[in-house]
Write a protein that binds this ligand. Structure first.
Ligand code: CA
Length: 221
């Protein structure tokens, strides 16, 4: 489990972020200001920091400097949108997000930065000996590559990017439409899910990786 340290002096934002990111499977630490953030950095090592620029007791830039000394990734989260702050933020940190922000966008930025940092974090274990290296585009069973078609692989990526979340058939169709185009309708989606399961599930009749949520869609945990 990866740990996100939220450094933010607005209690409401901290709480909503904490709830959202916990729900997405992150371990969350919070610091209302610079002092507490530096203490947490000294005692443990989060995988990534979300840092507000204007803190009641200091500046997000100093927190970023301390994190960078430990080679940790930092995403700034701030209401400041003046060019100078943005440029300085981008120079020092790894990404810069303006408030108000969209949680799902924030999540995908966090994942991008984490992917960039950890070479190993591109390798995702799906259980049953199946791993997917999303950087190399290789899916393996116990280390042996499995041949997936472009569409099967894309479908699998959609599940990986949405782990733990219920995916409706419509959402899946939307997400694979760009490579599948008009060729995919509801029925062919069923066929592709079936093919994918035959390749990655130990027992395709009793799938453990891509689960069916009756009448609604699918979920990967
Ligand atoms: Ca603030």
């Amino acid at each position: 489990m990866q740990t996100v340290l939220i450094v933010e002096d607005d209690r409401a934002i901290t709480l909503s972020l904490e709830e959202f990111l916990s729900g997405e499977g992150f371990d969350v630490q919070t610091a209302p200001g610079e002092k507490k953030a530096l203490q947490l950095l000294a005692s443990g090592r989060p995988d990534i920091l979300l840092v507000d620029l204007g803190l009641a007791d200091g500046s997000g830039f100093s927190v970023c400097r301390a994190a960078k000394a430990l080679k940790l990734p930092v995403i700034f989260l701030t209401a400041r949108s003046d060019e100078e702050s943005v440029v300085q933020g981008l120079d020092m940190g790894d990404d810069y997000i303006s408030k108000p922000f969209r949680p799902r966008e924030l999540l995908s930025r966090i994942r991008n930065v984490l992917r960039y940092y950890g070479a190993d974090s591109s390798v995702v274990s799906l259980g049953g000996g199946i791993t997917a290296d999303t950087e190399k585009g290789v899916v393996s069973r116990n280390g042996d590559p499995i041949a997936l078609s472009a569409l099967e692989y894309r479908l699998l990526l959609v599940f990986i990017d949405n782990r733990g979340r219920l995916l409706t058939r419509n959402k899946l169709l939307e997400d694979i439409w760009d490579i599948a185009g008009d060729f995919v309708n509801d029925n062919t989606l069923t066929v592709y899910i079936k093919r994918l399961r035959e390749k990655i599930e130990e027992d395709p009749q009793d799938p453990k990786i891509i689960k069916t949520v009756r009448g609604i869609g699918y979920r990967m945990d």
